[in-house]
Design a protein around this ligand. Structure first.
Ligand code: ATP
Ligand code: MG
Length: 375
């Protein structure tokens, strides 16, 4: 069983607490993505799994075995880095076989594993080439091949796509996802790119400044971010945020004056907070009728044509930041147009301005019954 379990793991470098009290259970055969901004502790977490960093506090297990004091070479893991560092004077075949030769595996076994990996990665026709005769994407595949032939219980990957250009990144992203489907091996994958995280992860662990913020499937994180940080980090373009105060039963902020949707009424009152951040995603604003919705009157400032959609930077009088909206390009919005942007009430997120924690909404049934009770 190739589970990986962090139990209250911390990592200190002198005064720097790079990873704080991390508890995270990575399941067997799962594709777990660690994502977060630069310096949040992703690589450090991965290197602790690999055995390349000591653990300052806590317990780390691979399967049932506590590995805190197990040497890297005895952990049954393989790591793929951003810089693939192939041996330039060796052929692709020899690059992939090198680690197995060091481990003195029989030649027949080495050949079989290299041929299998080459087939999985579509590298069969390149086995006799040198790295300089390959494209960047092919080289990164050789680096993956070098990890695959070791048949590890867990793959660790640290930003393996970041040296590739945009197109190759999308291609190789799909290849790694396919690889995971075929091998059914646990993968822990580090990236700062939320699109990679969303498209590849079975589950995603979002980190910020050494702290684990939330763990969940891509959809859980998108639909139910636990706090403002996760809400702003997951999704592209980012969620819009507006600071609001509770005033006369409404939410008021610079340029905004919104009724509190029914499903938030109890929770806003219960929270005891007066200052909130309202959050709404650009793709949830619409120019069409939208049932119970909040209306935001705004002026189109910049219109970015994206083909099937257009991305609008709109200004709301009295509000100093742009609001971003994405609408079908058929609306053909022009700079200067006055728009009534509608936000379906169930797409609104509210956060406690002080703690950043989400204000959970009532389910529609709860909201309906409370409306009846107060009517
Ligand atoms: N060897 C080290 N000595 C001292 N501090 C370190 C060391 N390695 C990392 N750190 C610090 O620990 C924190 C976490 O670093 P880490 O490399 O894990 O970040 P990361 O999330 O991988 O960032 P990036 O996206 O930039 O790669 C950072 O503040 C970093 O400066
Ligand atoms: Mg890193």
């Amino acid at each position: 069983m190739a589970t990986v379990t962090f139990e209250h793991v911390s990592k200190r470098y002198g005064d720097v607490l790079a990873v704080k009290d991390l508890s995270l259970e990575i399941h067997d055969a799962e594709f777990m993505v660690l994502v977060g901004p630069s310096g949040c502790g992703k690589t450090t977490s991965l290197r602790m799994i690999a055995g390349l960093e000591d653990i300052s506090e806590g317990t780390l297990r691979i399967g049932d075995r506590v590995v805190n004091d197990v040497a890297a070479k005895d952990r049954d893991i393989a790591m793929v880095f951003q810089s693939y560092a192939l041996y330039p004077h060796m052929t692709v075949r020899d690059n992939m076989a090198f680690g197995l030769k060091l481990r003195k595996l029989p030649k027949a076994e080495i050949d079989k594993r290299v041929d299998d990996a080459a087939r999985i990665l579509s590298l069969e026709t390149y086995l006799n080439r040198k790295p300089k005769e390959l494209s960047g994407g092919q080289r990164q595949r050789v680096a993956l091949g070098r990890a695959i032939v070791r048949e590890p219980a867990v793959f660790l990957m640290d930003e393996p796509l970041s040296n590739l250009d945009a197109k190759l990144r999308v291609q190789t992203r799909a290849e790694i996802a396919r690889l995971h489907q075929r091998l059914q091996t646990t993968i822990v994958y580090v990236t700062h790119d939320q699109v990679e995280a969303m498209t590849m992860g079975t589950r995603i662990a979002v980190m910020n400044m050494g702290d684990l913020q939330q763990v969940g499937t891509p959809q859980e994180l998108y639909d139910h971010p636990r706090n403002r940080f996760v809400a702003g980090f997951i999704g592209s373009p980012s969620m819009n945020f507006v600071d609001m105060e509770l005033s006369e039963g409404r939410l008021k902020g610079s340029g905004f004056d919104l009724p509190i949707p029914a499903r938030f009424r109890n929770r806003v009152a219960d929270s005891g907070a007066r200052a909130f951040a309202a959050g709404f995603r650009p793709e949830h604003l619409t120019l069409e009728a939208a049932g119970e919705s909040l209306v935001i009157r705004a002026k189109a400032d910049v219109v970015e044509y994206l083909g099937n959609e257009e991305l609008l930077h709109v200004t709301v009088p009295g509000h100093d930041a742009d609001v971003i909206a994405i609408v079908p390009a058929s609306h053909n919005v022009k700079p200067g147009d006055i728009l009534d942007l509608r936000l379906p009430a169930d797409r609104l997120h509210l956060f406690n301005a002080e703690t950043g924690d989400t204000i959970l909404a009532d389910s529609p049934a709860q909201a309906a019954s409370s409306t009846v009770a107060t009517a």
